[in-house]
Ligand binder design. Structure first.
Ligand code: IPE
Ligand code: IPE
Ligand code: MG
Length: 246
């Protein structure tokens, strides 16, 4: 076990390296509550885990990482918390933009960010275009994202382009989804113990391997990430075939 863990640290020995990892970063509130701190301090601490996971993906040459930061349902939270999350996102963009550029990261945002403040929208667009040609990790942040919103949006986009004259195919739908620049995730990690996908990438998860851990997001570090990868390596991905056919 130890050897295997150590070998995982080198990118060459990964038997089957995930090309795309998606993460539902859950458990910030509970992390804070356990320490008698306000929920928002859990969100702030969670940023350290975001940095750790990005660094690991870069080390292992994993091309795509998609993080769920705010769902279409999260508007139902107390206004104060929603406002804090928006501000935290905005501040992080400002603070981290130079390091994203320096680290050759291609930055993307998916979700319906139309209702956000103009300043934030401009910052997102600016950072996306500044990093557009980068060839390292594609880091996607899902904000005001919902899988149902995404599918509906894709159908409507298709209808607009084709004046509803053509029947929609799986390929057409995929091309119009907001994550059309990435392959389907190989691995979904959800921290915080819940075993659900909370309206995340519902279309793209059709053959994704799910990994649920009790670890709360602010405690999710390099070691916890490697444990998820070790578990992923043990999965047999059959896509409908039998073991013998693989
Ligand atoms: C995840 O942590 C962060 C967001 C949904 C923005 P939570 O805030 O959901 O933390 P718990 O689930 O209450 O512990
Ligand atoms: C899912 O977490 C959304 C994000 C991590 C951004 P939630 O904590 O909002 O999920 P539910 O509502 O408990 O399923
Ligand atoms: Mg939660």
């Amino acid at each position: 076990m130890f050897n295997f863990f150590r070998s995982l640290k080198s990118q060459d020995v990964l038997v089957e390296k995930p090309q795309h990892i998606a993460i539902i970063m859950d458990g910030n509130g509970r992390w804070a509550k356990k320490r008698f701190m306000p929920r928002i301090s859990g969100h702030r601490k969670g940023l350290e885990s975001v940095r750790a996971v990005i660094t690991q993906c870069q080390k292992l040459n994993i091309p795509f990482l998609t993080l769920f930061a705010f769902s279409t349902e999260n508007w139902l939270r107390p206004t104060q918390e929603v406002n804090f999350l928006m501000t935290l996102f905005q501040d992080s963009l400002k603070k981290e933009s130079s390091s994203l550029i320096k680290n050759n990261i291609r930055f993307k945002v998916i979700g319906d960010y139309k209702p956000f403040p103009k300043k934030l929208i401009n910052k997102i667009k600016e950072l996306e275009s500044l990093t557009e040609k980068n060839t390292g990790l594609t880091l996607t942040i899902a904000i005001n994202y919902g899988g149902r919103w995404d599918i509906l949006n894709a159908v409507n986009e298709f209808q607009k382009k084709n004046h509803s004259k053509k029947l929609l195919t799986q390929k057409n739908l995929t091309q119009n989804l907001s994550l059309n620049f990435a392959p389907d995730p190989d691995l979904l990690i959800r921290t915080g113990g819940e075993k659900r996908i909370s309206n995340f990438l519902i279309w793209q998860f059709s053959y994704t391997e799910f990994y649920f851990t009790e670890t709360l997001w602010p405690d999710f570090n390099e070691k916890a990430f490697m444990s998820a990868l070790i578990e992923f390596q043990k999965r047999e991905r059959r896509y409908g075939k039998t073991s013998e056919q693989l």
